[in-house]
Design a protein around this ligand. Structure first.
Ligand code: GKR
Ligand code: MG
Length: 431
């Protein structure tokens, strides 16, 4: 039987408004970059996906067309093999020192896989979750993701910001540097989205200031709201043990306090709380050493980095076998990525921890129907065929214009930070 054939792949870089959020690598630019990928079959079925934007990934996607156009979108193994053979092998070291993953090929395959699953779902009349083995839950829980931020840096936030702005919009606009500022941000975000767990992106200020913020969150929300802290591996081993000890009993988990599996393993042995990572165990090739030395309890997967939704399901099995828990990492993103995360979240054997999402920080959207709604901190699993979301053409064109106008081609939080503080330099380990 003749299957569908991939006739065209369209790659559209976009820039979405992003607030001036701080992290260990510096400051978010006024725009976060995403790439929208559309895979179109010979009978005009269109599968879509969204990945972090980076000019090098877009060039690699362009080059992938040479081996993907003409393939059957159902043949995901062939597509994967073709990509692997077409490009040089990428190593874990290429993920880089930044909090986010800088490899190209994992992104390329993830973009193509999700778009092909969207096509397959549309042809079969089934949601993507059914292609991952079927739904284990109807709603997928997410966590509040707090950030230190400067008021005034960066660009406009995509909504009217005047003295009448209230609720989450007002908190999103406000400076949050002190523990009290972080608690105010948490209250507004939890109220607006109903999140039941809270994570603070750390690594921006001295450890004691961040520990004080976690203590202030604990004092306000109490033990029934799980808390996490993520300094993005910028602490020394001794710092992580000393300050981690101060957070024992208040953190649900401690995320990437130090750099590298050996250091993570030492912190894990020294502290009485689970460790999570999206920085030291980031691909299947990292798993043997992770198990041998025990570098973490929880792997924060990300389908954009782990090679798509199906390999994230495989990772779930590996985690189950070796006594790891699995949860999800995020970066600034829109609704296509969120929909993919929700399908995956619905299929995973268990969700012991609410998943990360940056979504509340964004105000743009590229899908028809506008921004996806959270209820009680969770997103309902789409039931329509494929991902269940479609591109809003007018929004895509506008966000692509933003991309052209803003002049950014890759994420560089150090350069953005230097616009505020010219002396500032990224350090892989700072405190
Ligand atoms: O958005 O600034 C950010 C985060 O620092 C992000 O880039 C990280 O990749 O959220 C991520 C994390 O959990 O490490
Ligand atoms: Mg992290």
């Amino acid at each position: 039987m003749k299957g569908p054939i991939i006739r065209e792949i369209s790659i559209t870089p976009i820039a979405i408004v992003d607030p001036p959020l701080l992290n260990a690598a510096g400051l978010h630019a006024p725009y976060a970059l995403r790439t929208i990928v559309e895979v179109i079959t010979d009978d005009n079925i269109r599968g879509i996906s969204e990945i972090p934007g980076n000019i090098e990934t877009e060039i690699a996607l362009e080059k992938a067309k040479e081996v993907i156009i003409g393939k059957d979108p159902f043949q995901l193994n062939q597509i994967k093999d073709a990509i692997e053979n077409h490009f040089d092998k990428e190593t874990t070291a290429q993920r880089g020192d930044a909090p986010w993953d800088q490899r190209k090929i994992v992104h390329v395959f993830s973009a193509l896989e999700v778009a092909c699953l969207d096509i397959i779902g549309k042809i079969q009349g089934r949601p993507v979750v059914d292609l991952l083995g079927g739904k284990r839950r109807d709603r997928v829980p997410f966590a509040a993701y707090l950030f230190y931020k400067y008021e005034g840096a960066g660009g406009h936030l995509g909504f009217k910001t005047d003295s009448n702005t209230s609720g989450w919009d007002s908190a999103r606009q406000a400076e949050a540097v002190t523990p009290e500022g972080i608690v105010r941000q948490a209250i507004a975000m939890v109220k607006a989205f109903g999140f039941k767990s809270i994570k603070l992106k750390g690594g921006a200020f001295e450890p004691q200031q961040e520990v004080d913020a976690m203590k202030a969150l604990f004092a306000h929300f109490g033990k029934d709201v799980p808390l996490r802290h993520d300094p993005n591996a910028i602490w020394e081993l001794e710092t992580a043990i000393a300050y981690g000890r101060k957070m024992e009993g208040i953190l649900e988990y401690f995320e990437d306090p130090v750099r590298g599996q050996p250091n993570m393993s030492k912190v894990r042995k020294a502290l009485k709380m689970p460790l999570a990572t999206n920085m030291c165990t980031t691909s299947f090739e990292d798993i043997p050493q992770s198990i041998a030395i025990g570098s973490e309890d929880i792997i924060l997967s990300d389908h954009h980095f782990w090679g798509g939704l199906r390999s994230s399901m495989e990772l779930a099995k590996v985690c189950e076998t070796f006594g790891r828990k699995l949860s999800m990492h995020s970066n600034s993103h829109l609704g296509i990525s969120l929909a993919a995360m929700v399908h995956l979240g619905a299929a995973l054997p268990e969700i012991p921890y609410a998943l990360d999402t940056h979504y509340p920080w964004q105000s743009d959207e590229v899908i028809l129907g506008g921004r996806i709604k959270f209820e009680e901190g969770a997103v309902s699993v789409p039931t329509e065929p494929g991902l269940g979301v479609e591109i809003d053409r007018e929004a895509l064109a506008r966000l692509h214009q933003n991309y052209i106008a803003c002049g950014l081609t890759k994420r560089d939080d150090e350069v953005e930070m230097q616009k505020v503080n010219p002396e500032w330099k990224f350090k892989a380990v700072r405190w």
